[in-house]
Design a protein around this ligand. Structure first.
Ligand SMILES: Nc1nc2c(c(=O)[nH]1)N[C@H]1C(S)=C(S)[C@@H](COP(=O)(O)O)O[C@H]1N2
Ligand SMILES: [Mo]
Length: 252
């Protein structure tokens, strides 16, 4: 048995088996891909991603959500480390130059209870500064310096509905073209800013003048530039990049 000669016939049989196994594997691969590709999309129309893929993202989020807490702080840097030439990325919802004589923040505390705030209404609250490593999902990062009001200070002063049943804060550009949803624990995190300064000066237009979100515990996609409206919701508000297949939580 051990020294049985390898016959031509045996070689042929093994070759056939190898090809059969190879063929079956390919068929399984194509079948799985076909199944996944034909799954309904998670938001029921032609945008979004296949539900099984969304389930994987949601499972990842569950893990990340556990790591967010007020003790989990993004690393901060001395102000000299901050970039002078700050990268600009993304201009959805930022067409045209914004003029603060017309700009107001629409702060929707509840349906029918909207405060209309000027920049001065926000700047009268205590200013907080942060220098941190801003990270974009596209793979770049940059240490940058920001100033503004802690979202939690802002929420306390304007008595925002940050307790249950609301679980999310939603930020929208004035033209409603860019929008993000932030889970309230992340919004209330001590490093989350409603930001109006970069490098000690008013935000440049392309960095979200007059007001943007800075949320160091999440990827840059969530740091919406040019806030027009802020509202609260028990359900996940629409989110520009989540609709295009990125994970909703986008935590770091
Ligand atoms: N209104 C608006 N905000 C936005 C975006 C955008 O396209 N429009 N892009 C986001 C992305 S992907 C990143 S990485 C950061 C970039 O901020 P920066 O331009 O200050 O570098 O802004 C975020 N906020
Ligand atoms: Mo980004």
């Amino acid at each position: 048995m051990i020294n049985e000669p390898i016959t031509e016939q045996k070689i042929r049989r093994r070759t056939l088996i190898s090809f059969a196994v190879f063929g079956i594997m390919i068929a399984i691969g194509i079948g799985a891909w076909y199944w996944l590709y034909h799954q309904p999309l998670d938001n029921g129309n032609d945008t979004g991603i296949q539900k099984p893929l969304r389930n994987v993202l949601n499972a990842n989020e569950k893990i990340f959500e556990k790591t967010i807490s007020n003790n989990h702080l993004a690393k901060t840097y001395p102000v000299e480390k901050a970039a002078k030439n700050v990268r600009v990325n993304g201009n959805v919802g930022m067409q045209g130059t914004l003029d603060t004589t017309n700009w107001r923040l629409h702060l929707v505390r509840a349906p029918g209870d909207t405060l209309i705030l000027t920049l001065a209404d926000i700047q009268k609250l205590p200013k907080t500064e942060i220098v941190f490593d801003f990270k974009c999902v596209e793979g770049w990062d940059q240490v940058t310096h920001w100033g503004g009001v802690r979202f939690s200070d802002f929420a306390a002063y304007y008595q925002l509905p940050v307790d249950s049943p609301n679980q999310y804060a939603a930020f929208v550009t004035p033209d409603e073209k860019y929008y993000v949803g932030i889970d309230l624990p992340s919004a209330m995190h001590p490093q989350t800013l409603i930001c109006y300064e970069m490098n000690g000066k008013p935000l440049p237009q392309n960095q979200g003048y007059p007001l943007r979100l800075i949320i160091p515990t999440k990827y840059g996609i969530k740091s919406l530039k040019r806030i027009g409206t802020l509202y609260f919701s028990a359900q996940r508000p629409p989110d520009y990049w989540a609709e295009r297949g990125y994970d909703y939580f986008a935590g770091l």
